[in-house]
Design a protein around this ligand. Structure first.
Ligand code: HEC
Length: 104
């Protein structure tokens, strides 16, 4: 029983660590990404139409299948019709990636 409690506690602790940057990432996401991707990454039909692309929901399997490094690269370097997001540091990009992981 005691070992189970310890195992549970360390599991909670590691999950907590994995989401360490998520609150900061959320603020940044709301400021820099939500205008194009929606509050929860669902996408914005008007933006997709204007840019002539289909935006996958950021919570979708396809997007979540990307590695943290790939997601960070999209933020820092852009992808397809999405331009690199200006004024985002590498650390902030990590925080946003942590937030994106909370969407799934
Ligand atoms: C000016 C509008 C705009 C902003 C701002 C923007 N995006 Fe995007 N994003 C897009 C569009 C449009 C696409 C689809 C690009 C394509 O497929 O050509 C995209 C694609 C993506 C993808 C890849 C999805 C896929 O299907 O592979 C990710 C991840 C992403 N954006 C995350 C972010 C994050 C995180 C931010 C904020 C730091 C952000 N975006 C800011 C418009 C935007």
């Amino acid at each position: 029983m005691k070992t189970l409690t310890i195992a549970t506690l360390s599991l909670i602790a590691s999950v907590g660590l994995a989401f360490a940057g998520a609150p900061e990432g959320k603020d940044l996401y709301t400021a820099k990404c939500a205008p194009c991707h929606g509050a929860n990454g669902e996408g914005k039909p008007a933006i997709a139409k204007m840019m002539g692309v289909t935006q996958k929901p950021l919570a979708s399997k396809e997007v979540q299948a990307k590695s943290d490094a790939d997601l960070k690269k999209v933020i820092m370097e852009g992808q397809g019709k999405m331009k690199p997001v200006a004024g985002v540091t590498a650390k902030q990009a990590d925080d946003v990636v942590a937030f994106l992981r909370t969407l799934k």
